[in-house]
Design a protein around this ligand. Structure first.
Ligand code: HEM
Length: 418
């Protein structure tokens, strides 16, 4: 199941708690921040008409709900489909559903704890820190590749290749396979869009089937001959005799490839745009390691790449006076929480020197992004190398965001530097 959907309609909502914004309206998804400002001023906990469920825009609520064990990403461990009025799985998305079935993002404890423990070791800070020199080299190779031109689309030329190549290499797939993996991934994540069409479902399913076929071959090779890579590590990882099945390894590898690049690509693009539009001198933003880290955090806060995550209420419950039924969906608005004026001074100002920067772009609680240490290094390197090499970088045209509200990222980012 791709998106978490509100199954039983919610009808008893007073008018003053409702708000409306069409996620497919370009005016909205090009800049959802005007809507967020209105919510913060009047109605941060509201019923979003178009999605048909309750949503939270306030930082305190989003942060608390991400950690609240009464909510989860999975619901079928505590209720039957019949009880929830959930339709049977669709036959034409069987391959896609298989990749999702063992996805960390769709599991709750104890299944989640087991899988996350077996994968986590590869992503801890001290381990991924060893990748920094490789990321620096890669970023410089990318910049070498386009420096001689007058202008370039930074999304294609820098933002997309770095995370895709790094995660492919980490898993143990050749760097040359990155474009192919990226294409499968793009076709699959289309399933998270608002109002997915039948064609999109078919296309995502065939991408999932092709992706699994490719990984099955790599897994068979690693079983014969393990290497020093994450695929081999996952296949041999053993906790008191507990090992991962091939399907679990495949789901995890696909999640890492999908989650591992999409959000990083968008943060790179959004971050460069924020820096260039701020008018601040890039030299001051990357003047030390500490300042580089702070600049990256501000890029993540100011224009988050992922704006909406959902949870199911796992029982009938009450949160701050709001009554929810088992199976009801709540939307946690990360991008809005990061602009909450109750949490951040001058929340709508891009300020890499702020000291109140800790944001929720990587989530919180048990699903907190496993790739955050890696993403932070990739972003620190991409930004600092880019502005070191091309200090006169500027926007060559007004950047436009993609038509996917939840994945908030640029279609293209044309820049010049002469
Ligand atoms: C700027 C880049 C990134 C951002 C903003 C980001 C954001 C997030 C968020 C918000 C979640 C939690 C979703 C939820 O609570 O429902 C998450 C989970 C996850 N992310 Fe990231 N991510 C980024 C990069 C990465 C990278 C580079 C990887 C892997 C290489 C990765 C792998 C994952 C995985 C596996 C999960 C699921 C963890 C779990 O459910 O336990 N992410 N990410």
């Amino acid at each position: 199941m791709a998106a978490i959907l509100q199954l039983k309609p919610i009808t008893d909502v007073p008018d003053h708690r409702r708000a409306s914004a069409n996620p497919r309206d370009p005016v909205f998804f090009q800049s959802p921040y005007a809507f967020y400002d209105r919510l913060h001023a009047t109605n941060p906990t509201f019923f979003w008409e178009e999605y048909g469920h309750w949503c939270f825009a306030g930082f305190r609520d989003v942060s608390a709900l991400l950690r609240d064990k009464r909510f989860g990403r999975e619901i079928l461990h505590v209720a039957t489909r019949e009880e929830l009025g959930m339709p049977e799985p669709k036959a034409h998305t069987a391959a896609f559903d298989l990749t999702e079935q063992h996805s960390l993002l769709n599991l709750e404890p104890p299944g989640h704890t087991r899988l996350r423990t077996l994968v986590n070791r590869a992503f801890v800070s001290r381990h991924v820190e060893q990748l920094r020199p490789r990321i620096v080299k890669l970023a410089n190779e990318m910049i070498d590749g386009f420096e001689g031109q007058d202008s370039v689309d930074l999304i294609k030329a820098l933002a997309a290749p770095i995370p895709a190549i790094i995660i492919a290499e980490m898993i143990g797939l050749p760097a040359e396979s990155a474009p192919k993996l990226l294409a499968w991934s793009n076709r699959m994540v289309a399933m998270y869009m608002f109002g997915v069409s039948h064609e999109t479902e078919l296309d995502a399913d065939s991408a999932a089937a092709e992706f699994m076929g490719y990984l099955r071959e790599a897994i068979a090779e690693r079983r014969k001959q393990p290497r020093e890579d994450l695929l081999s590590h996952m296949l041999t990882s053993d906790r008191n005799g507990d090992v991962l099945s091939d399907d679990e390894v495949m789901s995890t590898a696909i999640l890492l490839l999908n989650a591992g690049h999409e959000a990083t690509v968008h943060t790179t693009g959004n971050g460069v745009k924020s820096i260039l539009e701020s008018g601040l001198d890039p030299a001051t933003l990357f003047s030390s390691d500490e300042q580089t880290e702070a600049t990256v955090e501000e890029c993540l806060r100011f224009d988050a790449p992922l704006h909406l995550f959902t949870r199911y209420a796992l029982s009938d419950l009450e949160y701050e006076g709001l009554k929810l039924r088992k199976g009801d969906v709540v939307g946690l608005m990360l991008g809005a929480a990061n602009r909450d004026p109750k949490r951040f001074a001058n929340a709508n100002t891009f300020d890499p020197f702020r000291t109140d920067g800790a944001n929720v772009s990587f989530g919180a609680g048990i699903h907190f992004c496993i790739g955050a240490p890696l993403a932070r290094i990739e972003l620190q390197v991409a930004f600092s190398e880019l502005f070191r090499r091309l200090p006169k970088l500027r926007l060559a045209e007004a950047p436009q965001y993609n038509d996917v509200y939840h994945f908030h990222g640029l279609e293209r980012l044309m820049v010049s530097w002469r």
